[in-house]
Design a protein around this ligand. Structure first.
Ligand code: SAH
Length: 272
């Protein structure tokens, strides 16, 4: 807002010729107001919306903000993809973890989700997602649905997510949570993901969140030409490596990108 300089008023008619007033440029004033009011309104609505959240939700929102700075973009981490960061900032991780560990939802670690399985550490979820370079038109396959959190992160970044979980009760719970939270482009199936989901192949990208001893051949076959796969490989409990694979001319180029620790890829459906 510009304040005009001290400006004389109708000097001829003024009783006191030395009468001055401090004037505001009126056109400038209204123009500025027109610009500021919508922004102020937006800020107010946001503050009200956050303010109206129950105290618990506000705590989770704050914890998620902290997670962004301390675990994802902070020193030694460096997730940069803006779309991936937006997804991590938005998806309510606490909605995907069991009640008894919910207070740790945004901690820098994996958490138990029942049936001896875990939801990956937020950084690993963000890192693997960024490595996939997901595009809005992509169709993605995930092996190892677990809680459904990784699938929810991918949901806003791509067109469709097909995800397979070998433990049927986990698949059912994840499907219910994803439905409840309105992630309508995620399709969950209970089964052995080693064989992929051939009916929807080829996939633009494949993400595997359990560790086999070797890269499963059916998954390579279901990756489209030019597609990418991120997969942890190695035995349980000892050193595993996260591999990034790219398929070109039918050939697969692979490189290791990070040492990791994942639950094993199992082959036989355990009894619930
Ligand atoms: N992506 C998950 C983390 C899953 S942990 C999340 O966001 O929560 C790995 C999951 O892989 C476990 O739930 C485990 O049951 C599942 N899994 C192991 N072997 C599998 C297989 N052969 N096919 C499909 N899922 C498998």
């Amino acid at each position: 807002m510009r304040l005009s300089t001290v400006e004389p008023v109708d000097v001829d008619n003024a009783q006191d010729k030395f009468q001055y007033r401090c004037g505001i440029d009126r056109a400038m004033f209204f123009q500025t107001m027109r610009r500021l009011i919508p922004r102020a309104w937006l800020a107010l609505s946001f503050a009200l919306a956050v303010g109206c959240l129950p105290e618990k939700d506000r705590e989770f929102t704050r914890a998620r903000q902290l997670m962004m700075h301390e675990q994802l973009t902070g020193p030694g981490r460096g997730i940069q993809d803006e779309r991936v960061l937006a997804a991590m900032r938005t998806v309510p991780r606490h909605e995907f973890v069991p009640e008894n560990v919910r207070f740790s939802s945004y901690d820098d670690r994996a958490l138990p989700i029942g049936h001896g399985q875990t939801i990956s550490q937020p950084y690993i979820v963000a890192f693997m997602t960024e490595q996939l370079k997901p595009q809005p038109t992509d169709k993605i396959l995930e092996v190892g649905t677990g809680s459904g959190y990784q699938a929810a992160i991918l949901s806003s970044l791509v067109q469709q997510v097909f995800t397979i979980e070998i433990i049927a009760p986990l698949a059912q719970r994840a499907a219910a949570d994803l439905r409840r939270l309105n992630y309508t482009n995620v399709f969950v199936r209970a089964g052995d993901g080693y064989a992929g989901w051939p009916e929807h192949a080829p996939y633009d990208a494949i993400i595997v969140t359990c560790a086999p001893d070797q890269v499963p051949a059916p998954l390579v076959a279901q990756l489209r030409e030019g597609g990418r796969m991120i997969i942890p490989v190695g035995p349980e409990g000892s050193e595993q490596q996260l591999y990034l694979l790219e398929k070109h001319g039918g050939q697969v180029k692979q490189r290791t990108v990070l040492p990791v620790r994942f639950v094993p890829m199992t082959r036989i459906t355990p009894k619930p």
